[in-house]
Design a protein around this ligand. Sequence first.
Ligand SMILES: [Zn+2]
Length: 271
Amino acid sequence: MPLPLYDIIVGFVLISLLAYLAFKLKALSRSGALASILIGMVILVGSGSWSWLILIIIFFTAASFFTHFKYNYKRGIGAAEAKGGARSWLNAASNGGAAALFAAAEYAVGGDIFAAAFLGVVATAASDTLATEVGLLSRVKPRLITNLRLQVEPGTSGGVTPLGTFMAVVGALIIGLAAAVLGFFDGAVFKVIVVAAVGGVLGSIADSLLGALLQEKYRCVVCGKVVEQPMHHGSKGLFVSGIHRLDNNLVNLTSTFIGAFIGMAVFLLLS
Ligand SMILES: [Zn+2]
């Protein structure tokens, strides 16, 4: 059902205010705030329902909270989200782009299948964010998901800890419970929670696997560390492994799609 014009106007004002607030609180950069307004409007108008947008706001609030939780400690170990935890348009687009796409698909086609995909996307993003941001505080060193005998530095893509893995489950369940309360799938609570939990946890495992196996890695010529961006300490590093230009944002985008497809598959299995 298309959203009434009144709701669209109220939505635009609300989304703009929230984006401005997130910008002022340094949770979003200027470009991240503008991208978020666009993504928010596509989700609101596409889904034709407030509940999709509210779920995204719940995700973003939780993500910002956990990103800033013990931020100075994370910065101290050199693993805090770049740019003071403020997410740029690329970061917003790689986290919200898939969500917006499925909202547009819902607008064009309809039916709960794209709501399942959307749940998979948001649950994957929540799982991944909570696992990363809380996992960084783990007292045990992360181990590489593809070789658990190998310890890696905190913040390394593909590094996993028991605490982070637990938080991946918590992140997916928060989204599942919130979506159930918001009335996704006409209140089929069990279905909503299973779609979000399985989609989110498997999506974030896919994120770790892609991070370990395919994400580009460079060795800094100054400090000798293996890092995930070409530039470190002001000079271009030597390419070590992975696929050129497959950076963290692309890994995020790919894993949210994997979470979406798993969400759709679980939805169909339970139908
Ligand atoms: Zn360096």
